[in-house]
Design a protein around this ligand. Structure first.
Ligand code: NAP
Length: 266
């Protein structure tokens, strides 16, 4: 049996086990997806011991996406982002990847939304903000990074080509000419609060929310009411999982099966 899993703390409410088990069952794979709740002091042992415990691949979630960098070799994208969310143990040494970037890109592709030449606003400069800012820039967009702690926006914009950093007060002006808006803050998670007043939203915007609990965040509801196109946070979650599955197994992931499984949990 192949064993994959999720390493984080906490991991109890994760949607990943249902998503990956649906894929294994659909493809008739003898595999299971476990969760490992760890302390930071145990990470080295968990990662170095994974192959002898029969583990072929691990996803990594909050708060360890940066900590695991010390224990894996990274591919080009994970190195640039400075965070790992997927570890593959099939080679001699564990390799760390960041599939949040491809997950975000494939979310836009899925909705037939082109990014090249567009003006994008990324709200937030944490882990998800980094992944989105690099992806949008790589795909040819100018990226305005807006963050509550303005220094973090400036510092991220120094490493993301074709980007500029701003504080929150610049948001209304930036949105006037924006084509794409992505919320990568945790505002709206588990609450009915939007990080952006409805008055700033307009029909020419594509609005993506990285928050997926609830699925229909207030931001997405108000964006829809304003005539904007919306992409919910499950798409990015789904496609980062699809990418991880494909790295670990070398097989094409059953995307629609995994999508159905993850949405049935919400
Ligand atoms: P993080 O690294 O902790 O970053 C949090 C960001 O939110 C920072 O920019 C922070 O600003 C901002 N923020 C927090 N509270 C705020 C508030 N009250 N007002 C304004 N800004 C606020 O977290 P993360 O890993 O990037 O995750 C952010 C969200 O994205 C979470 O809800 C997470 O579940 C979601 N996410 C989704 C996916 C997906 O696949 N859909 C993937 C990754 C993350 P400061 O710098 O000023 O503190």
């Amino acid at each position: 049996m192949q064993i994959f899993g999720l390493l984080g703390n906490p991991v109890g409410h994760s949607l990943s086990p249902a998503m990956h088990h649906a894929a294994y069952s659909h493809l008739g794979m003898d595999a299971k997806y476990i969760t490992i709740e760890s302390e930071v002091s145990d990470l080295k042992e968990v990662i170095s011991g994974a192959p002898k415990n029969g583990i072929s691949g691990l996803n990594v979630t909050i708060p360890f996406k940066q900590d695991v960098l010390s224990y894996v070799q990274t591919d080009k994208i994970a190195k640039r982002i400075g965070a790992v969310n997927t570890i593959d143990f099939s080679g001699e040494n564990p390799i760390g990847y960041n599939t949040d970037v491809a997950g975000a890109r494939r979310s836009f592709e899925h909705h037939d939304i082109s990014i090249s030449g567009k003006n994008s606003v990324v709200l937030g400069a944490g882990g998800a903000g980094r992944a989105l800012a690099f992806m949008l820039s790589d795909e040819g967009s100018h990226v305005s990074i807006v963050n509550r702690t303005e220094d973090k926006a400036h510092s991220l914009s120094k490493s993301v080509p074709n980007s500029t950093g701003y504080g929150i007060s610049s948001l209304p002006n930036l949105l006037i000419d924006a084509d794409i808006l992505v919320n990568t803050t945790s505002v709206g998670m588990g609450t009915d609060i939007s990080p952006i007043p409805k008055a700033f939203l307009h029909p020419d915007l594509v609005v993506m929310d990285a928050v997926y609990r609830p699925l229909a965040t207030r931001l997405l509801r108000e964006a829809k009411e304003s005539g904007a196109t919306t992409i919910d946070g499950v798409w990015m979650l789904l496609y980062q999982g699809v990418e991880s599955f494909e790295i670990w197994t070398g097989r094409k992931a059953p995307v629609s099966i995994m999508n159905k499984a993850v949405r049935s949990q919400l």
